[in-house]
Design a protein around this ligand. Structure first.
Ligand SMILES: Nc1ncnc2c1ncn2[C@@H]1O[C@H](COP(=O)(O)OP(=O)(O)OP(=O)(O)O)[C@@H](O)[C@H]1O
Ligand SMILES: [Mg+2]
Ligand SMILES: [Zn+2]
Length: 303
């Protein structure tokens, strides 16, 4: 075997240099910094496959310990599929890591999901299905099941109805189920959202208004509980509008629970004069979401 034979400089890991097979290393008597790996046999054609290493300063230094690949047809097909599978696993891992990073960033700005302890028991399982609420329940479970699809379309839900019909319960059940799949979700009342933002104006605030707004505008799923209960001011309406509008444009889903139907909500939000903005908020929202009317007796008064 010629010493000069294999001087094509390739890389193994970060090491660049002439590549030798284990067979060449042994035949040439090149000392190795670690035991020379035993050759493998192609399970398809039986050919002997040698591991490769980089030789530096007369020593076999860095071994590529990935299984050597045969170039026969069946082996090539096998490795092609293998590589595709590995690539997919890597992509999925990157996506989860990216999601986790975003979640942590949002949490560091807004605290956890926003769901208060006493509501953590409001799950799909603890929702008692009755003849009258079955349709709403089915919509909620379908939303959870197909969240990926709905989220890609920016589709949310508008849960409307009087007090105590289970709107918040269902919204929280959706939030908990989706959080469980690792997706960042914020679920807060409109009152809490607005007070979070207001708190940024205080001198000792650790986060800026922009950061908080950004978190609401970009979280994967935002649930605004009890929209319309907040004090409507010349400040509150444009703030809510900017959050909903940016989410609408970015195709990010939002779920709203409210005691008002869309007309009444628009009226309520225009109490301080800006009817145009209020109507714009509602009509954009309705366009991108499913309306669910939950109108029956107050569950809290049931005996
Ligand atoms: N179908 C149900 N099964 C079990 N618990 C329910 C059901 N519907 C409502 N509840 C419970 O009744 C209480 C009131 O429900 P919830 O807070 O969801 O009402 P809401 O529609 O959001 O009312 P509001 O408009 O006043 O906010 C909660 O404790 C909730 O867990
Ligand atoms: Mg509620
Ligand atoms: Zn082979």
């Amino acid at each position: 075997m010629e010493e000069m034979k294999n001087l094509s400089s390739r890389a193994i890991g970060n090491a660049h240099g002439p590549i030798y097979t284990s067979k060449e290393v042994e035949e040439l008597g090149i000392p190795s910094t670690q035991p020379v790996p035993k050759p493998e046999k192609c399970k398809y054609c039986g050919k002997t496959l040698y591991y490769e290493c980089v030789v530096l300063m007369g020593q076999a230094m860095i071994w590529n310990l990935e299984k050597p690949r045969c170039d026969c047809e069946k082996a090539v097909a096998f490795w092609k599929e293998w590589d595709a599978k590995q690539e997919k696993i890597k992509k999925e891992k990157e996506l989860t890591e990216e999601q986790e990073r975003r979640k942590q960033k949002i949490e560091s700005i807004l605290g956890k999901s926003g769901i208060k302890k006493r509501y953590l028991s409001r799950t799909i399982e603890s929702f008692a299905v009755t003849a009258e609420n079955k349709k709403s329940f089915d919509i909620a479970t379908d939303y959870i099941k197909n969240f990926k699809k709905y989220s890609a379309q920016g589709k949310g839900l508008y849960l409307e109805g009087p007090c105590g019909t289970g709107k918040t319960h269902l919204a929280i059940a959706i939030a908990l189920a989706i959080i469980n799949t690792g997706v960042p979700v914020i679920c807060k009342t409109s009152i809490d959202i607005l007070s979070d933002i207001k708190r940024c104006y205080e001198r000792n605030s650790e986060v800026t208004e922009e950061e908080v707004l950004e978190a609401y505008k970009t979280v994967d799923l935002l649930i605004i509980d009890d929209l319309g209960k907040e004090q409507v001011t010349e400040w509150s309406v444009p703030v809510l509008y900017s959050i909903l509008n940016e989410r609408y444009e970015a195709l990010l889903p939002t779920i709203i629970t409210t005691n008002y139907n869309t007309t009444a909500l628009a009226e309520k939000l225009s109490a301080k004069g800006d009817a145009e903005t209020a109507t714009a908020i509602i009509s954009r929202f309705v366009e991108s979401s499913k309306r669910v009317t939950m109108s029956w007796a107050d569950y809290r008064r049931k005996g």
